[in-house]
Structures are given as C-alpha cells and as structure tokens.
Design a binder for this molecule. Structure first.
Ligand code: MG
Length: 367
C-alpha cells in the first residue's frame, strides 16, 4: 500500500466531568485525528492521545502536531508499505515521540484491515468476540467516589481503579474496601511515590488489591524491582514502559507482574502487539490502558484487548462515561460489563465526520 493523502483534524472536546489524578485535573480535551488514504481509496483513522500539557509523558498535542507536520507525515507519504509494521522502520531514525507515531501507525492498521475486508481485531490475531470493561474513579470527595462506584457496579463494570496520591491512599482505599469487600479493586498512583514511601505502600497489602499501578517514578524500572520484592500486591507498570525494550527490561528485572499497555505510549499497535507476545512468553499479564480518549482510539483499544494475554479488564469504558457525544457511530457501549467487538472491517465503527467538522479547530491536508 502507498499512502497518498493524510488529513489532520485538531479537535476540541469537553469531558462530561473533570477528571483528577495525582498530577492534576483535565476537562477540556484537545485531540488530533488522522485520516490516511491509500492509492486504492481505502482510508484508515488514528487518534493522537497526548494531553495538552506534559503531565503524563513528555508529549503534548502541540509537540505531536510539530512531529506529524514536520517529520512523520512527510516521511510516510508516497512510501510503499508491505505491512503496517513497516512504518516502525520508517520512523526509527526519529526518536521517541510515541503518541504522534502511534496515531499514524494505528491509522495504517485500520486501513490495512479494511483493504483485507476484515475486522482489525482478527487481523492482529485477536481471539475474543467481546472484551471486559473496567472503569477509573478519579480523586474526589470520598462520598462522591463511593457513589460513582455504586453506579458503575450497576452498569456491570468488571474492575474498579481508584487514583491515589500521598495523603489520599490507604485510608481512602480502606473506606472503599470496607464498603465494597468483594469488588475487583486496584489503585493507580501515577508515579506519586518514592522508595522512601515503602512502608506506607506496604500497608496497601492488607486491602486485597488486584494491583498497584505505577507507584514510583515514571521512567523507573529498578526501584520498582526493589519495591515489588517487599510487597505482596502485584505492581503494574504503566508510564515506565514506553518501548518493547522497556518491557523486556522490566520482565527480566522482575519489576512488575502486570503491564498496562497504552497504544499511544508505546508508539503504536505494532509495538503493542510485540509487547503482548513478549509478555505471553513470560506469563506477565496485561490489560489495555486508557487516555481519556475519543472513539477512534477507544476502537483501537478494543481490538488490542482481543489478543489472548489481555486477561485483565482494561480501562475501556462506554463513550457515555466521558462524552456527551462521541466521534464514532455507533458509540461504544458496555452491556453487563462487556463490550462486543464489531465484526465490520477495520476498527468496525463509522467515523462521524459531520460531527467532527463541528468541533474542528484546525485542519490540514497533506498530499
Ligand atoms: Mg496509569
């Protein structure tokens, strides 16, 4: 396939309610959407999931635009690709900037699946016809968090993740655990702790958590190894794993027992698949992370979650959890805690271009 055209949309969305983590609060959500078109007129879509400021990784929507506009799109246009993974070779001389790369990589996967008239989940080797949905509860007043959990339990969500930070951790989680003794509960610290907090982190072992996600520094692998040795609760790495090599190092060092894969963070579906295969060989369990994303990225996440070793419910919620209206049709729906995988070619959802036009702040076409 040869990519003849790329259309970029910078869109502005607004989360239904503000979302707080140990880093800060998000409500206005800028995103970049990419539509790629090949020589036969097939199209594929990808979404840049970076945030407006560099609180999660170093990338932002602006840095992603710069990378796409000046380097990535020009290096892709008119190149012959045999398979989607070829894009990784093409981008290899351009260091990191994974979220910008991932959006193009995912768009190529969608297009590649459509060329074969097959669902993306099947093309990447997925084995599930439905994926389990988990939900994230942002930091808030404890009574509000408990109410949210009750509502999500009624919706059937299979896993509940609570954001924590120093001062809002053990006591907060204990209150939740006391009220909901049997829910699959986990905590995400978004790297808010250091090894000197080991004693307070070890206390979390009392609470029967499925895992604690990214307790220590966002680029650390070694200290997590030391912490995991002291803790019974499995450590899951998120921010620390930005490449296949990071996953290999973390597994060899026994720094975690679980990995959260975010397609954007690792640079695309191609790398996410490689990390999956590596973890499958080593018995490391996986789940798909979320980025407060819109429907295109959500659809790619659903496809990824159909791979065999994604055995823990991911941060893949219904569109209505975050948005008044999503950019895909139909919207992603969770029924009894599961999302049915679409059988249509590519990501399986129609793109609501008419709606996208109404929220587009800027667009550009590359030929
Ligand atoms: Mg996380």
């Amino acid at each position: 396939m040869i990519i003849k055209k790329v259309h970029l949309y910078k869109i502005d969305m607004k989360l239904l309610s503000p979302f707080s983590t140990s880093y800060g609060t998000v409500q206005d959500r800028e995103l970049i959407l990419l539509e790629v078109e090949d020589e036969q007129g097939f199209t594929g879509w990808g979404e840049v999931v970076a945030f407006s400021s560099p609180w999660y990784t170093e990338e932002t929507i602006q840095t992603c635009f710069h990378m796409l506009d000046d380097f990535l799109i020009p290096s892709l246009l008119h190149q012959q690709l045999q398979k989607p993974e070829d894009i990784q070779k093409l981008f290899k001389p351009l260091k990191r900037n994974n979220m910008a790369k991932a959006a193009l990589d995912c768009a190529i996967w969608d297009l590649y699946a459509k060329r074969q008239n097959k669902p993306l989940s099947k093309v990447i080797g997925g084995v599930r016809s439905a994926v389990e949905a988990g939900v994230v509860v942002g930091l808030n007043d404890i009574s509000i968090m408990k109410e949210q959990i009750k509502t999500y339990m009624k919706d059937g969500y299979k896993r509940f993740k609570v954001k924590i930070k120093p001062g809002a951790d053990y006591e907060l989680l204990k209150q939740i655990r006391d009220e909901f003794p049997n829910i699959p509960l986990m905590a995400d610290a978004n790297s808010a702790y250091t090894l000197s907090d080991s004693d307070s982190l070890k206390k979390l072992d009392e609470l029967n958590l499925m895992m604690i996600e990214q307790p220590l520094s966002s680029d650390d692998i070694l200290d997590h190894r030391l912490l995991q040795k002291q803790m019974k609760t499995p450590i899951c790495l998120d921010e620390s794993i930005v490449s296949y090599e990071d996953a290999r190092h973390a597994i060899e060092q026994r720094s975690c027992k679980i990995i959260n894969v975010k397609i954007g963070r690792v640079g695309g579906m191609s790398v996410a698949k490689q990390i999956h295969d590596l973890c499958a060989q080593h018995g490391v369990r996986l789940w798909v992370g979320g980025m407060l994303e819109a429907g295109i990225s959500r659809a790619h996440n659903i496809a990824l979650a159909t791979l065999p070793s994604f055995t823990i419910p991911g941060d893949i919620s219904a569109s209505s959890r975050y948005w008044e209206k999503d950019i895909i049709k139909p919207e992603v729906e969770v029924e009894a805690g599961v999302i049915k995988v679409k059988g249509k070619p590519g990501i399986g959802y129609e793109i609501d271009k008419k709606f996208i036009k109404t929220i587009t702040a800027f667009e550009k076409e590359y030929k």
